[in-house]
Each structure stands twice: as structure tokens, then as C-alpha cells.
Design a protein around this ligand. Structure first.
Ligand code: ZN
Length: 501
């Protein structure tokens, strides 16, 4: 006898396979595909997205969900199967609001837009990308109408990345952060000369950069038998299942930081994906609870661990041995200060921890206004530059260093940016909880040992995949809701010590 639950699992396997195929094509487009393949690739992606959507929203899925809900009604709410029915029902309700033709059109447009954006970025010309971005923004407005919202149009899209979080919550979070962040940035700026990042700006052989970073992430726990690293224009992590998780990076031959810390960042995402329990991963519950929770892991392994003093106590001698000419005469303290230098900068992914959230606030305010129709695309570059002047006191000299730097809008990812700041808050909140449970973590980090910390994250986050809502998961893991208290205390303590405030 086949149960409806089994039928549902089989159906989800089909949907997941179609999605995996399109994800693989998307990964390939950003890593391997010759530029000439763009148009055909957009058609292939369009077809796969349409088939996956149509198969998922089919009435048969609704019938299986209803019967499976009855079959699992006596199970505890935390049981894998009960979670599968609950989460799939939520996904189903959302997916049914959006017509298949619309999904196909958005998929085709964003696949083509990737090439338009990459070319405009390379050629430093926002005007070449603006018409495409206008089309994408119009579709995202349409999508928000399909999904529905009661307060702000931005709510509809935000909810697809961070369930149950509203635009008003994001505004409140940033208002709270600004109160502490802006004075901290000012106090540091007054002592800007006390930290030098010069040692990081020297020629560093790319093959050695790669080997060192891959050695480190092996110690973190990235499983190379279920993952790999390649190059891309914009670093990202893409998973096809918990047993095949790809990360990408980009190298700067004259700057040590971007590839190294970018690799640690994507590894945080990857370990979360690799950590999903195989039995839930197979039916669509693998991956992260939300983008904010996902980002907590990338920021934790990149910053809280990877830019920490304890980490470098262990790894710095090895880095010096890798680059003796460049770093042989730079001591640990000066290197630690260099990698944590705070300075207003143009590129978000290369920003220090203190100014990083200001980059996010800028993007949030811009995309919120674009989506609400309060700003035409034609004004975007000027608005971008004005906000950099307002928040960071600098104006990007080129579009490549300004409005064209991020891949997100070209990919239709509107409403995504605030999850980066949520990730920052959660990274410290979760780390503190792990250390409270296992005080030995602090000394282990200085010995290059990460198992206790990773195991705590695995127990509390990774293995659960998407089983629980982000609010449930964070509350279960830390005993409270997301808060900014721990994060701001961490920033103030760390940077007061570095800058002698
Ligand atoms: Zn990330």
C-alpha cells in the first residue's frame, strides 16, 4: 500500500530533481559556460523552471498534502514527516499564487540579465544595464502583487527570503544599529591611522592563496568529498543536495583578503548545506531555515572565527611560511589589526565588520524605494552615490565600484539584502550561546580545532535543514528571539581594543 506521504515524497523528488538541474545550469553559467551560451541557457532554464513550477503546483500535490496531513496528524510536530507536510504546504501556498508563465518569464529575463550585468560591470557602464534592471523591477513589482501584502509592497518579497519578517522590523533593526554604529565608525575614523592594512596589499601568488585557504576550510570541516571550489565573477555557494555543495571565489593577485575571507564565508554557507540530515534533504527540507540564518553561518566562520585573534594564533605562522617575503617581518599583532582595519570602502563583500551594515542599509533603502515605485531606475546611480556620501562619506568613482558591484538585482533577488544584517546579529548570538555551552571552544580556536563549535552548530542548526521556521530555530538554539545586543557588544569590545577607544 502506498501512502499519500510516500506519494508526496516521490512528487517532491521530481520537483527537486528539476530544480537541481536548473541550479546546476545556473552554477555552470557563472563558472564554466562560454559567453556565447547565454541565450540558449536562458531558454533551457526557462523550460526547467516552468516544468518544476507546474509539477509542484499541480492539483495532485494539494491532494497528496491534504491526505498526508491526515496520515501524520498524530505525529509530534517536530517529526520529520510532520515538518515535511507543514513546510511543503507553506511552499505550495506561496507557489500557487504565482502563474507558471510568470515564473518562466522571470527566469528567462534574469538568466539573460546576468550577462548584461557582467558586461556592464566589466565595462563600467550602468546605462547599459539600466533598461534590463527596469524590466526586472517591473516583474518583481508584479510578483509582489501576486504574493500579496498588507502593509508595504517590500513585505511580499522579504517574506520569500525571511519568513515572517516585515519591512517595519527591518527598519527598526537598522534604526537600532545606527544608534551605535555611526558613533563607533566616527570614533574609529578619528584614530584611523593607528591601524595599517598595508601588509595585505602586496603580490600574493594565486595558487598559494588557494592552497592555504583550502587547507583552512578542510580544518573547518568543509567536506571536499561532497563539495568543491571554483572561480566566479561574484563569490557564491550553490548546493544540489547535501552531498554536492559548490563554493566559488575570486582572486586578487595583489590583495590577500578577498579570496581568503570570501572562501571562509562561502564555507560557512556550505557547511550548513552539507550538514542537512540526508533523510530530510531528499524530500526538500535540506538547506537553511532562512537566508538570515544561513548568513549567520557565513559571517560566523568568516568573521567571528576567521578574523579572530585566537584563529590567527594558530594559523599565522603557517601563513607566514606560505608568504615569507611578504609577511615574514609582520608580527601577529600587526597582522591581526590589518585584517580588522575599519575604513569606509566601496565594495560590500570586502567591507570590514563595522561598516558592513551601512552597505546593507544603503541597498535596503534603495531597493525598497525602487520596488515601491518611488524612484525611477534612471536615478539609481545618483541615489546610490548620494547614500555612500551620506553613510560612509565617500563617493564611488566608477559604476563598477558602485551601483554595478552586486549580482543580486540582476538575478531578481530583491528583498534579500536585509538578511545579511540579520546574519551578522545571529552570528554573534549563536556563537555566544555555543561558547556558553562549551567554554573550551575559546581555547580550541587558538589550537586550530573547530569540531566542538561546528558540532554545536550542527546539532542546533545544520541537521534540521528547513524543518523549523527561523524564529523557532533561533529560539530553540539560543532561548530568545534574534537580538542586536550581543552583536553590538562584540563589535564595541573588539574594535575598542584594536583602536584603543
Ligand atoms: Zn553569504
Amino acid at each position: 500500500v502506498t501512502t499519500a506521504l510516500e506519494g508526496l515524497k516521490a512528487r517532491m523528488q521530481d520537483v527537486l530533481s528539476l530544480r537541481a538541474a536548473s541550479n546546476l545550469m545556473g552554477w555552470d553559467q557563472q563558472t564554466m559556460m562560454p559567453r556565447g551560451g547565454a541565450e540558449a541557457r536562458a531558454r533551457h532554464l526557462e523550460t526547467l523552471a516552468k516544468f518544476a513550477h507546474v509539477h509542484f503546483v499541480d492539483a495532485e500535490t494539494a491532494r497528496l498534502l491534504e491526505k498526508a496531513a491526515a496520515e501524520t496528524s498524530s505525529l509530534p510536530a517536530t517529526h520529520d514527516d510532520a515538518c515535511l507536510v507543514r513546510v511543503t504546504q507553506r511552499d505550495y501556498n506561496l507557489a500557487c499564487k504565482v502563474p507558471a508563465d510568470f515564473v518562466a518569464e522571470l527566469t528567462r529575463l534574469t538568466a539573460l540579465a546576468h550577462e548584461v550585468w557582467a558586461k556592464a560591470r566589466a565595462e563600467n557602464n550602468f546605462a547599459d544595464f539600466a533598461p534590463t534592471l527596469a524590466k526586472i523591477m517591473a516583474l518583481k513589482q508584479q510578483e509582489a502583487q501576486y504574493l500579496g501584502y498588507s502593509d508595504h509592497i517590500y513585505d511580499a518579497l522579504l517574506d520569500t527570503y525571511e519568513p515572517d519578517v516585515k519591512t517595519a522590523d527591518v527598519t527598526a533593526m537598522f534604526d537600532t544599529l545606527k544608534v551605535d554604529l555611526i558613533p563607533l565608525v566616527r570614533a574609529i575614523s578619528a584614530r584611523a591611522d593607528s591601524v595599517s592594512a598595508v601588509p595585505l596589499h602586496q603580490p600574493f601568488d594565486e595558487a598559494k592563496q588557494k592552497a592555504f585557504a583550502e587547507m583552512v576550510i578542510g580544518h573547518y570541516g568543509f567536506d571536499f568529498s561532497r563539495g568543491r571550489q571554483d572561480r566566479a565573477v561574484h563569490p557564491f555557494c550553490q548546493s544540489f543536495s547535501q552531498s554536492d555543495v559548490r563554493i566559488t571565489t575570486r582572486y586578487d593577485a595583489n590583495w590577500l583578503s578577498p579570496a581568503f575571507f570570501g572562501t571562509l564565508h562561502e564555507t560557512g554557507h556550505a557547511m550548513y548545506e552539507q550538514g542537512s540530515a540526508p533523510e530530510i534533504d531528499a524530500h526538500g527540507l535540506g538547506g537553511g531555515a532562512s537566508l538570515g540564518v544561513h548568513e549567520s553561518q557565513s559571517r560566523l566562520w568568516e568573521n567571528v572565527v576567521g578574523r579572530g585573534r585566537a584563529f590567527w594564533q594558530h594559523f599565522y605562522p603557517q601563513l607566514q611560511a606560505t608568504f615569507p617575503e611578504q609577511l615574514g617581518k609582520v608580527d601577529l599583532d600587526n597582522f591581526y589589526r590589518a585584517i580588522n582595519k575599519v575604513a569606509p570602502s566601496f565594495i560590500r563583500v570586502e567591507a570590514d565588520e563595522v561598516t558592513y551594515n551601512l552597505h546593507i542599509i544603503i541597498r535596503f533603502e534603495l531597493e525598497r524605494d525602487l520596488l515601491a515605485g518611488k524612484m525611477p531606475i534612471g536615478n539609481l546611480r545618483d541615489a546610490w552615490n548620494a547614500k555612500y556620501q551620506e553613510y560612509l562619506g565617500i563617493v564611488p568613482p566608477t559604476d563598477t565600484l558602485g551601483v554595478l558591484q552586486d549580482i543580486h538585482w540582476s538575478a531578481g533577488l530583491v528583498g534579500y539584502f536585509p538578511t545579511y544584517s540579520m546574519g551578522n546579529l545571529l552570528s554573534v548570538q549563536l556563537f555566544n550561546k555555543a561558547v556558553a555551552a562549551h567554554p573550551s571552544i575559546t581555547t580550541e580556536l587558538a589550537e586550530g580545532k573547530f569540531a566542538t563549535l561546528r558540532q554545536w552548530m550542527h546539532e542546533n542548526l545544520y541537521r534540521h535543514g528547513r524543518k523549523f521556521t527561523p524564529k523557532q530555530l533561533i529560539s530553540n538554539a539560543t532561548g530568545e528571539a534574534m537580538q542586536s545586543r550581543d552583536y553590538m557588544a562584540y563589535l564595541k569590545a573588539k574594535y575598542s581594543a584594536i583602536y584603543g577607544l
